[in-house]
Design a protein around this ligand. Structure first.
Ligand SMILES: Cc1ncc(COP(=O)(O)O)c(C=O)c1O
Length: 207
């Protein structure tokens, strides 16, 4: 049975979005979305397989490409963040690696705080060795001159993490370094990656 999609409304508050923003991904009649414990979805005919394989984001296919549970989480996150789209990955490092793979070409320059997550630092060092990616580490994230000096050479990506563990500055620190950075970004056409780290209990990364 065809289920009518609920449009996400901008007047919805965060709690309503958290409950309803992804509901249109549920094409069953169940009030809560069933959990699809499958890697693969049945194809009704060969043509369907060919079409799915050419679709950027099929709703059902091979789970890594299309699964209604992933799609629902992505819709909720996008609605809560006021973003156009979201993409969920199975781990934080999978998201980080996907972004680097998407944005970085051989020889590109990246700016990151020195206190970046150890796995990200190791990945960047690996990319320096294999793809000649140049990395500038910012030691005092509140020192605008340090960001400015780093951005004085052509730069592809600027990575900000919030909250900045292990320093844990106040939530306003994102404002403190995002305003001057906005000027740097506009002038230099650098892509900003904001890594929102949701502390331990919720256990998640938003990039
Ligand atoms: C700040 C931060 N970034 C990234 C990661 C990597 O996430 P995952 O272990 O899901 O790959 C972690 C994991 O602890 C983390 O604490």
């Amino acid at each position: 049975m065809e289920v009518k999609k609920k449009p996400v409304t901008t007047t919805w508050g965060p709690t309503t979005k958290a409950v309803h923003a992804g509901m249109h991904e549920n094409t069953s009649r169940s009030v809560t979305t069933p959990i699809y414990q499958t890697s693969t979805f049945e194809l009704r005919e060969n043509r369907e397989g060919a079409e799915f394989a050419n679709t950027i984001e099929p709703s059902t296919f091979y789970t890594r490409w299309g699964n209604p549970n992933f799609a629902e989480v992505e819709s909720v996150i996008a609605a809560l963040e006021g973003a156009e789209r979201a993409l969920v990955t199975s781990s934080g490092m999978a998201a980080t690696a996907t972004l680097f793979e998407t944005f970085l070409q051989t020889g590109d320059h990246v700016i990151v705080p020195a206190a970046v997550y150890m796995g990200t630092e190791q990945l960047l060092k690996h990319l320096t060795a294999t793809k000649n990616i140049k990395v500038t580490f910012i030691h005092n994230t509140l020192d605008m001159d340090e960001w400015e000096r780093a951005a004085s050479v052509p730069t592809k990506l600027l990575w900000i993490k919030h909250p900045q563990t292990p320093l844990w500055p106040s939530p306003t620190s994102v404002k403190l370094f995002s305003w001057p950075n906005a000027t740097i970004l506009k002038r230099s056409q650098i892509t900003l990656l904001l890594h929102r780290f949701i502390p331990a209990l919720l256990s998640g990364e938003l990039i």
